[in-house]
Design a protein. Structure first.
Length: 106
């Protein structure tokens, strides 16, 4: 599973509220057990992750659809075992379901 998603870091691994809270449109690539982000499909082709970010480890992570999130639609929260939390925004409900199923399988 791969494609463009909005992403925002909400809580850092230390448990503190992230200082950079803006959304980025990122090319997200889900492989078994890990999620990698790239600036776009071209960067993905070159193997260059966004800002050199390491893949997120999905073992033990929780993906939760935020039905009550008022500011944006089709948003889900990914909470990692290190305590960090990311929000992901899909373009529509179908994409959200697709990513949710892929996350459950990853
Ligand atoms: C953030 C940006 C985000 C917003 C966030 C702001 O400001 O406007 O879109 O998240 O609100 O802090 P900046 O770009 O200056 O970092 P939402 O779109 O989810 O509201 P927040 O601090 O309430 O997370």
């Amino acid at each position: 599973q791969e494609g463009l998603l909005g992403r925002k870091l909400d809580v850092e691994g230390s448990g503190k509220k992230a200082s950079n809270r803006s959304w980025n449109n990122l090319y997200c690539v889900l492989r078994p057990g890990q999620l990698s982000v790239y600036k776009d499909a071209k960067s993905f082709g070159q193997g260059l992750t966004f800002h050199g970010e390491e893949p997120l480890t999905l073992a033990g992570a929780i993906w939760e659809i935020l039905s009550n999130y008022k500011k944006k639609k089709h948003v889900a929260k990914l909470r990692l075992t290190d305590g960090s939390e990311y929000l992901f925004q899909c373009k529509d409900e179908e994409e959200l379901q697709r990513w949710s199923q892929a996350m459950e399988r990853a």
